[in-house]
Ligand binder design. Structure first.
Ligand code: NDP
Length: 391
């Protein structure tokens, strides 16, 4: 019987919800390109409920316990003597979400002698040291596509809110003011701007599709070029490197995984090569951007704005400089954790567990590491080498 250790974010401050803003979710059976949404044998939750917090338990308890497995759920994941560290040595399976990541460092993997499966309930497994997982024969799986559209919508929202100076204008209303000039002195239209995406995978392409009707010119860079008909449909301009693309862009959106090729990519030098007044949107991973370089560029005006939802570490400390730097539109890591997304990644986590426990293959598109090597989606999107989990 397996011990499943699940790290989830805390319940709402006012307690676990007893009612919700809406009564249902739209039914979505497949993603762009045709991949089906998760197909577990069953679910024990109501889609639209809060699943990613401790009391939500990703809807897994009755499923696991009815099969005789043990489920331990905690939000206590960092610091000396955390519940996660105490429970890890005899855990067979670890589950966590990128929004509240249980960092599976080489040190932790070394003590997790029974660990065989690390599931990311969501997308982005850089909180798992993939090299250590490879070395220890741990399978790493994530629920590919489950929240890609959720993030793409968040990116579009953040681009518009930055370019149009929405957040300061909203603050004016909250503070009882009506200072129109103050609100519009930094407000522009997106129409006519050049928007570049670093990577055109699931999220990058979905962002491009959503932005095309705004009358912008779309640019992208990626390791592999999109099919010619997709480029033609969206008027996408391909650049072989990020350095080639940036000088053309008024807005840049980062949609690339964090791995050795992308860690620290946006440093002082790269940002200096952007147009003055570019808006930089990063919902991919914080460490793709150098923390100090972003702050300096906002202070100097080289960047007109920075927005995103990814930080390092997570949760970000109260004195994290990105909380107070000028012209930012940061949120906590939430773009891929809408109730809509939670229903999909909870179902996908259940599907992965069913496959694992029944000894049937996990969908190839969910695999990041298997059998001591990058596999499935991991083999396509990540690169081997010193990977990310630092704590
Ligand atoms: P995909 O795997 O669909 O796309 C990633 C793309 O990045 C691929 O096209 C890949 O290229 C490309 N790529 C990888 N390395 C490089 C590189 N060095 N230079 C240029 N392109 C590169 O991933 P998604 O679009 O679904 O997600 C992207 C990232 O977004 C995730 O890895 C995750 O970190 C983040 N994310 C954030 C969420 C949030 O809540 N904020 C939620 C979900 C994801 P190719 O395949 O052609 O080799």
């Amino acid at each position: 019987m397996a011990k499943v250790l699940c790290v989830l974010f805390d319940d709402p401050k006012d307690g676990f919800p007893t009612s919700y803003a809406r009564d249902d979710l739209p039914r979505i059976d497949s993603y762009p390109g045709g991949q089906t949404t998760p197909t577990p044998q069953g679910i024990d939750f109501t889609p639209g409920q809060l699943l990613g917090s401790v009391s939500g338990e990703l809807g897994l308890r009755s499923f696991l316990e009815s099969r005789g497995h043990t489920l331990v759920v905690t939000s206590d994941k960092d610091g000396a003597d955390s519940v996660f560290d105490r429970e890890l040595p005899d855990a067979d399976i670890v589950i966590s979400q990128p929004f509240w990541p249980a960092y599976l460092t080489p040190e932790r993997i070394a003590v997790a002698k029974r660990l065989k499966l690390a599931v990311t309930a969501g997308i982005g497994s850089d909180h798992v040291d993939l090299d250590a997982a490879i070395a220890h024969g741990i399978t790493v799986a994530e629920v590919t596509y489950s929240n890609s559209i959720s993030v793409a919508e968040h990116v579009v929202m953040m681009i518009l809110s930055q370019v149009r100076n929405y957040l300061p204008a909203h603050r004016t209303v909250l503070e009882g003011g009506w200072e129109v000039a103050d609100c519009v002195a930094r407000a522009y239209d997106l129409e006519g701007m050049h928007v570049g995406s670093v990577a055109a995978g699931r999220i990058g392409l979905a962002v491009a599709r959503r932005l095309a009707p705004f009358g912008v010119t779309l640019h992208y860079t990626d390791r592999h070029r999109l099919p010619a008909d997709v480029e033609a449909e969206l008027g996408l301009v391909f650049h072989p490197t990020v350095e080639d693309m940036l000088p053309h862009c008024d807005v840049v959106t980062v949609n690339v995984p964090l791995h050795p090729e992308t860690e620290g990519l946006f440093d002082d030098e790269l940002i200096a090569g952007m147009k003055r007044g570019t808006y930089l949107i990063n919902t991919a991973r914080a460490r793709i951007c150098d923390e100090g370089a972003v702050q300096r560029a906002l202070e100097s005006g080289q960047l007109a704005g920075y927005a995103g939802d990814v930080w390092y570490p997570q949760p970000a400390p109260a004195d994290h400089p990105w909380r107070t730097m000028p012209h930012h539109g940061m949120t906590p890591h939430i773009s891929g954790a809408t109730l809509s997304a939670q229903a999909r990644y909870a179902a996908g986590t259940r599907e992965i567990l069913e496959s694992w426990l029944d000894g049937t293959p996990i969908r190839d598109e969910y695999l990041i590491v298997r059998g001591g090597a990058l596999a499935g989606t991991g083999a396509h999107s990540y690169s081997a080498g010193a990977t990310a989990a630092k704590r």
